[in-house]
Design a binder for this molecule. Sequence first.
Ligand SMILES: [Zn+2]
Length: 191
Amino acid sequence: MASSFQPGGRPPAPAPLDLVQDFVNTEIPDWNRDDVATPAALGAWLEGRGLTRPGDDVDGELFVAARALRSALRELALANTLGVPPGADRRAAIDAALGAFPLVVRAGSEGVGLAPAGTGAARGLGALVALVAEARAAGAWERLKACRQETCGWLFYDSSRNRSSSWCSMQVCGSREKSRAYRHRRAGAEG
Ligand SMILES: [Zn+2]
């Protein structure tokens, strides 16, 4: 479902990195929308994506860790957009969010690779962290970017040759940023 719509008609990130893209995009700050706003909703999302099995429940502690992971991944994707890593002051928090889902190296069916060390629903979320690490190794991670429009943050896949895209959609956020008229119009509409 979540892969179906991408602003600006962009193709989604190639599988399986699209799972990470869709996970972060379950939250749309600009619209105050969160598709996984409860532990049950997160559990259903993970199961629907084949990341967990029926009965892999999300408890309150894991739900909080998942939200921290989602925020950390968005921050890392924004760092991809800006071309600079997160500052030292942010790295401890990001590392803590990622570190809640430890990985191991396994000789899997498709060859040696990273796999989540956890069990149950934590394993499903850890699989997303493993995808980030493997995408980084494959050179695809740097193309997964968060829209730099500060109230948007939508994760898009930058397939441009020189990886120069900064906005999810030039028509929506790019022009919004450039004209600044959007803010005035929205202020007028709300007032
Ligand atoms: Zn945007």
